[in-house]
Design a protein around this ligand. Structure first.
Ligand code: MN
Length: 355
């Protein structure tokens, strides 16, 4: 069954109901259309509402959808209202996690008498388990990241700035076929490594630094995500020890990631190892997140997620330890959950690389 039909069934959409999709990643997932606009779905209508700039593109990317073009003085919502009125729709499902207050007010004004019902992230639930075509492009995106990582290892030298390394890494991913970056590359050296989401600076790499690189490519509309912490020369005794704890936590959690397990129990495996080593308070984020069209998708590996791991989920395993003013270590693989357990789509070694 196609994705639109699955969503209509999942949401329990009846003949007089419709779904209006605003979120770009949901529009792409449901239709293949990557431009701006809205997606309008009923039992009989699959339509894209867009403007002149994207009309031709919408027809090319989503040939089975009707394309409505807005005109001067007539907004996307007003066009949607006309279509819904003609179709006799009385109930409209909307993305309550995404639609703004302004958009919601415009919907109310343009559609008097309509019942508005939150869709409660059903499109996102549909996106959790990836199909073969999605896995193929995520695998390719991960392959681009790994190749760019192999390259950057040959480039990094003492005296380069974080920013210089970041630019070379980003350029390499684009050169290797990435359509864009999955997110802004994180590159943190020395004491900057204690910031989990550090922005690359003009700090120059020094002997003894640990360098954390967290980056991803976008390919076929899907993301990859990987982190490696490497050393430039011999790191301190303490950071070497911290690295080994993070590695142990990453390997144990990835090993345990398999169908039937509860997400928070996977988080606990890594967290317990880090806590028992005395660094529990220095691991202040969740263990991982799913990856797809968006870089952060459901389900999550964290202390509260009670969802059950299923085959076809693509999720990161990324424990870290951060010591303020000293430095940090994070190791991250994007993993595909199969019937037999987790398979890392990131083929780079996890053991400490010393340049
Ligand atoms: Mn990540």
């Amino acid at each position: 069954m196609d994705r639109v039909s699955r969503l209509l069934n999942m949401a329990g959409v009846a003949a007089q109901d419709a779904i209006l999709i605003h979120k770009p990643s949901n529009i792409y997932f449901l239709s293949g259309y990557s431009g701006e606009g809205l997606l309008l779905l009923t039992r009989d209508i699959s339509a894209i509402i867009t403007d002149f700039r994207y009309t031709e593109q919408a027809g090319q990317q989503a040939p089975s959808f009707q394309v409505y073009e807005i005109s001067t003085g007539k907004s996307h919502i007003q066009v949607a209202a006309d279509v819904l009125q003609q179709a006799g729709i009385h109930q409209l499902y909307y993305e309550d996690d995404h639609v703004t207050v302004v958009q919601f007010a415009a919907m109310g004004k343009a559609m008097p008498g309509m019942t508005f019902t939150p869709i409660k992230e059903k499109p996102e639930q549909l996106r959790k388990v990836k199909d073969e075509s999605e896995i193929a492009v995520i695998r390719k995106a991960c392959g681009i990241s790994v190749q760019a990582f192999d390259y950057i290892l040959t480039v990094i030298t003492e005296g380069m700035t974080e920013r210089e390394v970041q630019l070379k890494l980003d350029f390499k991913m684009l050169e290797l076929g990435a359509e864009g970056l999955a997110f802004s590359t994180i590159l943190a050296s020395g004491e900057n490594g204690s910031l989990p989401h550090a922005v690359p600076t003009s700090r120059r790499l020094q002997k003894g630094d640990l360098i954390t690189l967290d980056f991803g490519a976008k390919y076929g509309g899907y993301c990859s995500d990987m982190t490696r912490t490497i050393a430039l020369g011999q790191p301190s005794e303490e950071m070497r020890k911290v690295y080994d704890i993070v590695l142990q936590a990453q390997m144990a959690a990835q090993e345990a990631l398999m169908p039937g397990k509860v997400c928070r129990d996977i988080d606990a495996i890594a967290r317990d190892i880090i806590t028992q080593a005395g660094y529990g308070k220095n691991f202040g984020h969740g263990l991982g997140h799913s990856v797809g069209i968006d870089i952060h998708e459901m389900p999550r590996l964290n202390q509260t997620c009670e969802e059950v791991v299923e085959p076809g989920i693509v999720i990161t395993v990324e424990p870290g330890i951060y010591l303020p003013a000293i430095g940090g270590v994070r190791i991250e693989n994007t993993c595909l959950v199969t019937e037999n357990g987790a398979q890392s789509l990131v083929s780079a070694p996890r053991e400490l690389i010393i340049l």
